[in-house]
Design a protein around this ligand. Structure first.
Ligand code: HEM
Length: 445
């Protein structure tokens, strides 16, 4: 069985300075070995923290006591300028009415209408790739391009191709800027001081906001609407019956583009890499893809592809794009026998949960059969949480899985992939990215 690249954890928790320095480069390298072996590990690095990678802790924090563990100060500090008050960061009443308003747009039934579009976009991307001829390529930009197109069509329906490309470039620039988390983010400094480093990202943010405004105005001005997410924003009413204001609408659009496209692209890129490493798995996906793609119409595709889904899930286990969820305790509590004080940081390292020694046999190996029906039947639901859990579980999970399945199957039905150097290294800053991309030899079949 294949053991793909993984991070070797430090034997002991790092000192404060080493943790801050290392965390800026790769958060995974700051997670000590004890976190992979114990229900909860605690310490103090500037503030008191607890790192809990056990199913029991996940269940407690994300489901049973969700209102006692709001999203973290650090996440707010990093994201606030653009997605403040959106469903992604809001709490309490302000969160609940937005979540309810958007839920319908992301129901699996509503989403299957998007399967033909996903198939179509993927085929076009493969054709463009085919025009380059066989050779070595970094597949990340290609996959991100497909994911961006799909998210933009599902969220705001059709857009001009050139407009979409320009918008994608802006968003990539924004995400690259965001990845440079400052050490200042870890301290409770006033806004003006702590995000001075953000200056470089400000023109990009302004340009993205202008683009969002144009999209909203066009739809309000009568440009053809549809059943997309933008429409659910326009139709949403708060508990007093008022429509959503422009700023909140823009924050939500931003949040969905932010949360929805890079994460999905990462899941897929890692899945494709794992298939390149393991020829047997690649052949099995290809076989399934060929028979299901031939036998199904595009809108029933999502119901097939069972093995491909297992491969996607195993990729999400080994390389969860949201590798770390962070909360602050709003009141004193106890988690897995450990005393938690109000204000403490509670880290939920999903990457470590997915490789926890008490939960998984040979946790670092690639084995899609872990997700076969017989092997998942008795599994604790809280040991595999790529999309979080509880009331704040990812709104786009079904869309992401559907996309990943269809794209992976379509790509492997037409192309053969083998790994090329350099070997990708998992690096968690905001999302879990492959450091220096994923390079594959790609050959049309
Ligand atoms: C593989 C792809 C994806 C992964 C791994 C992922 C992961 C996550 C995780 C872990 C959370 C919970 C964060 C927390 O509790 O702090 C989350 C929340 C969220 N995700 Fe995703 N996501 C993915 C795709 C998407 C897509 C495609 C969309 C939308 C189109 C989306 C929209 C959201 C939103 C709006 C939330 C906030 C929900 C709330 O707080 O009520 N995500 N996602």
């Amino acid at each position: 069985m294949i053991t793909p690249p993984h991070v070797v954890p430090p034997k002991r928790p790092l000192s404060m300075l080493a943790a801050l320095r290392t965390g800026r480069r790769n958060i995974l390298e700051t997670i000590p070995a004890a976190v992979y072996e114990n229900p909860i590990v605690s310490g103090r690095t500037v503030w008191r923290w607890h790192s809990a990678a056990s199913p029991a802790a996940m269940r407690h924090v994300l489901r049973d006591r969700v209102s006692d563990y709001p999203k973290s100060r650090i996440m707010r500090r990093i994201l606030d300028p653009v997605i403040e008050k959106s469903v992604f960061v809001a709490e309490g009443e302000q969160w609940a009415w937005q979540r309810k308003a958007f839920a319908g747009a992301f129901q699996p039934r509503a989403l299957s209408a998007f399967a033909p579009l996903i198939l179509d976009e993927t085929r076009r991307a493969i054709e463009r790739l085919g025009e380059q001829g066989p050779g070595r390529t970094d597949i990340c930009p290609l996959i991100t391009g497909i994911a961006f197109k799909i998210i933009s069509r599902t969220i705001v329906s059709a857009a001009e191709e050139t407009e979409e490309l320009a918008f994608q470039r802006l968003f990539t620039a924004y995400l690259d800027g965001l990845a440079r988390i400052s050490v200042l983010d870890f301290f409770n400094l006033p806004v003006g001081i702590r995000r001075v480093v953000d200056f470089s990202n400000r023109p990009t943010i302004r340009a993205i906001k202008r683009h969002m405004d144009r999209i909203i105005d066009q739809r309000r001005g009568g440009r053809e609407g549809s059943d997309d997410f933008l429409q659910s924003l326009l139709d949403a009413r708060d508990p007093d019956g008022r429509p959503m204001g422009r700023t909140l609408m823009r924050s939500n659009l931003f949040a969905f583009f932010f949360a929805g496209h890079e994460t999905t692209a990462l899941a897929l890129s890692w899945a494709l890499y794992l298939c390149a490493l393991d020829r047997t798995v690649q052949d099995r996906v290809r076989q399934e893809a060929k028979s299901v793609l031939a036998a199904s119409s595009a809108d029933t595709l999502n119901d097939g592809l069972a093995y491909t889904q297992q491969v996607v899930e195993e990729a999400l286990r080994l390389y969860p794009p949201a590798g770390m969820i962070v909360r602050n305790a709003a009141r004193d509590d106890e988690v897995c026998g450990r005393r938690i004080r109000r204000g403490d940081y509670v880290f939920l390292p999903i990457y470590a949960l997915h490789r926890h020694h008490d939960c998984w046999e040979r946790p670092d190996t690639f084995d899609p059969d872990r997700f076969s029906a017989s092997r998942t039947a008795d599994r604790d639901r809280f040991q595999f949480l790529p999309f979080g859990a509880g009331p704040r579980i990812c709104l786009g999970a079904s869309l992401a899985i559907m996309q990943a399945k269809i794209i992976l199957a379509t790509v492997l039905s037409r192309l053969s992939v083998t790994p090329a150097s350099p070997q990708p290294q998992p690096q968690l800053i905001v999302t879990l990215r492959p450091k220096d991309g994923i390079h594959l030899e790609v050959k049309p079949l």
